[in-house]
Design a protein around this ligand. Structure first.
Ligand SMILES: O=C(O)c1ccccc1N[C@@H]1O[C@H](COP(=O)(O)O)[C@@H](O)[C@H]1O
Length: 213
């Protein structure tokens, strides 16, 4: 199996970023969503962005954000990818890709096969669809450590690159990869000791498990 790309999301301290780079992850995710326990200020994002520059890709995670927040975050952290984790439709993804000249990843929450058809509608508008679990109403739209039935993705071909997120950890990522053959895996709470508190050993174990799969 080709080694999938690895994203560790919710990086909010220089120590966590160092651990992510040392573990040879491909992307570090910075969350720009005030309701999240992993939210970073623009000042912190600038510090993390300069630490990351040339060493690891930086993915800005946004939830139905307006262009001005995205512009400030891109400028502060020199983001290399935009991840949209809200209800952004395909034309919004396409607009942001063209406005900022950056790859756009669109999270699509999955509970059943109808969601896979929704994912296919991002063909040509997003560079990658990130399948994640549906979260309960009134909670965060991601970062909850919830997974979905990975077998739904068997033989999925919506004509757009895709990755897998939702409840991944060192313990289950090998099984997830064997089931789905995802080309990218993304984790946040699976490498934490508490919401927003990353653990360097868990980050290293996750990356080692992906490479051993
Ligand atoms: O991490 C968050 O706080 C978050 C907030 C709002 C939307 C998405 C968020 N996280 C993303 O959700 C998936 C799955 O996370 P987990 O591994 O199940 O904790 C992942 O892409 C996170 O980056």
């Amino acid at each position: 199996m080709t080694t999938p790309a690895i994203k560790i999301c919710g990086i909010n301290t220089p120590t966590a970023l160092d651990a992510t780079i040392a573990a040879r992850a491909d992307y570090a995710g910075l969350v720009f969503f005030p309701r999240s326990p992993r939210n970073v200020s623009l000042n912190d994002a600038a510090i993390l962005g300069s630490q990351a520059k040339g060493r690891i890709g930086t993915v800005g995670l946004f939830v139905d954000a307006d262009d001005s927040l995205i512009a400030e975050a891109v400028a502060a952290a020199s983001l290399t990818v935009l991840q949209l984790h809200g209800t952004e439709p395909p034309d919004r993804a396409a607009h942001l890709r063209s406005r900022f000249g950056l790859p756009v990843w669109k999270a699509v929450s999955v509970a059943g096969t109808q969601d896979l058809a929704r994912a296919a509608s991002y063909r040509g508008a997003a560079d990658l669809v990130l399948f994640d679990a549906k979260t309960p109403p009134g909670t965060l739209p991601g970062g909850m450590g919830l997974s979905f039935d990975w077998s739904l993705l068997n033989n999925w071909s919506g004509g757009v690159n895709w990755g897998l997120a939702g409840g991944l950890s060192a313990r289950n990522v090998v099984n997830a990869l064997q089931t789905t053959r995802a080309s990218l895996v993304d984790t946040s709470s699976g490498v934490e000791t508490a919401p927003g508190v990353k653990d360097p050993d868990m980050i290293a174990a996750f990356c080692a498990a992906v490479r051993g799969a």
